[in-house]
Design a protein around this ligand. Structure first.
Ligand code: TRP
Length: 410
């Protein structure tokens, strides 16, 4: 894939100028920044033509839900959006929506960063009382990686257990593997074809950078990731009604949904709304995101207490100074310090976080001490996850993944 962020002529509504070589690379396959502080997210908003999650939106959220806002939204971890005001207005007016997110099952073990969209989705499901559909793109991983269909399908089921362990309500959640569900549901396939009919090869080339030697499976895949944004792809849940869709995802997935937003009105649907997250940085630093194929950059959900401790101590990039004396004098740099960055994701207490930021920046708090704080925050989260996951039986897994009516009458 050689086009970093190409967005073709399909973007009529979402403005997206061409990309320059010195810019961060952000697409569904690559996330690389030239800066130690990571991707420039303000620039990305401009380039993708989305909106900031700003104070006004956060206030609207609190007013509509009557709940304190999730710290992922408060702290700019979900920093960008499309059509969120419309979703909230419609919700206030009594028009229900649904959530859609997904995961490409490329490894049987998920990592800490993979949890971010799911944690927000679980919170959204609770505060809005809405159903969620979760797509496991085993087909995608088979097409893009050197993985057999059967293997990818197996990993989808393993990953589903990690997703369920986040706490999704069984009466409001449908998880599906593409390889298993699409063949069972004519409505899903029909929506795929409706989408495929609206997008030319030129357009997907522009959006995704496909080339002449890419297999045709890749070229038609975007319609598969777009189809769940149409509620009629799930007749058992939505009874063929058209509901607005909200998609929380990491911002690298936006190209699929820019495409869907262009197509939706042409086939009689509202454009899906989006909430975009930043990337969860690799242990080695924010230049790239955490990746399951780089074990040293990654804290897996299966890691032991000892592994978590060792990885953070050994590999977490430090914004501290070379010697204790220097550190006490100059202080640490929280903008590049990975332990501090991770705390912004996982330490919910704002006051504590602010104290840590001040103490580290002033040099009162040393790198070793900061790492210990992070270890103490992350370890119980991983342990709790492992406990929840261990409780999921094959029977329960099957229930979540069976097409069925959920707790809603549409
Ligand atoms: N392509 C995504 C991945 O590789 C998986 C995915 C499918 C997804 N549908 C989605 C992610 C919707 C976010 C929202 O991980």
């Amino acid at each position: 894939m050689d086009i970093a962020n190409g967005v073709g002529d399909i973007s009529i509504t979402d403005k997206s100028p061409n990309v320059n070589i010195n810019e961060d690379i952000v697409d569904p396959w690559t996330v690389v920044s030239s800066s130690d502080t990571g991707v420039d997210y303000d620039k990305l908003i401009k380039r993708f033509g989305s909106q900031h999650v700003d104070k006004e939106l956060l206030d609207r959220f609190e007013k509509v839900t009557n709940q304190p806002i999730h710290h992922f939204l408060r702290r700019g971890i979900f920093f960008s959006q499309r059509d969120m005001h419309l979703i909230l207005n419609q919700y206030e007016a009594g028009k229900p929506f649904y959530l859609y997110t997904g995961r490409g099952p490329s490894s049987s073990s998920m990592h800490l960063g993979h949890l971010i969209p799911f944690i927000l989705c679980k919170w959204l499901q609770d505060v809005f009382d809405v159903p969620i559909v979760i797509q496991l793109t085993d087909d995608e991983k088979c097409l893009w990686r050197d993985i057999k269909l059967e293997e990818a399908n197996k990993m989808a089921y393993e990953n589903a257990k990690d997703i369920i362990a986040v706490g999704f309500d069984i009466n409001k959640t449908f998880i599906f593997s593409d390889l298993d569900y699409i063949g069972q549901c004519p409505e899903f396939y029909r929506n795929m074809v409706r989408i495929q009919k609206c997008v030319t090869f030129n357009q997907v080339k522009g959006i995704f950078g496909f080339g002449d030697s890419d297999v045709i499976g890749k070229i038609s895949f975007p319609a598969i990731q777009a189809a769940p944004a149409l509620s009629t792809s799930f007749p058992h849940i939505f009874n063929n009604k058209k509901l607005p869709c909200l998609i929380p995802c990491a911002i690298d997935q936006d190209p699929y949904f820019r495409m869907m937003r262009d197509v939706a009105p042409r086939i009689g649907f509202q454009k899906p709304a989006l909430l975009h997250s930043v990337f969860f940085p690799a242990l080695q630093g924010a230049k790239t995101k955490m990746s399951a194929s780089e074990p040293n950059s990654t804290i897996f959900l299966t890691d032991t207490v000892k592994q978590v401790k060792n990885k953070i101590n050994k590999h977490a990039f430090s914004g501290g100074q070379a010697t204790v004396e220097e550190h006490r004098e100059i202080g640490g740099n929280c903008d590049v310090d990975i332990s501090y960055q991770y705390l912004t994701f996982f330490l919910e207490d704002d006051e504590k976080l602010e104290r840590i930021r001040k103490d580290y920046s002033s040099g009162t708090l040393l790198t070793g001490e900061l790492k210990k704080i992070l270890i103490d925050v992350i370890t119980p989260i991983i342990q709790e996850h492992q406990e929840q996951r261990a409780k999921i039986t094959e029977e329960l897994l099957k229930q979540y993944m069976t097409p069925r009516k959920l707790n809603y009458n549409y």
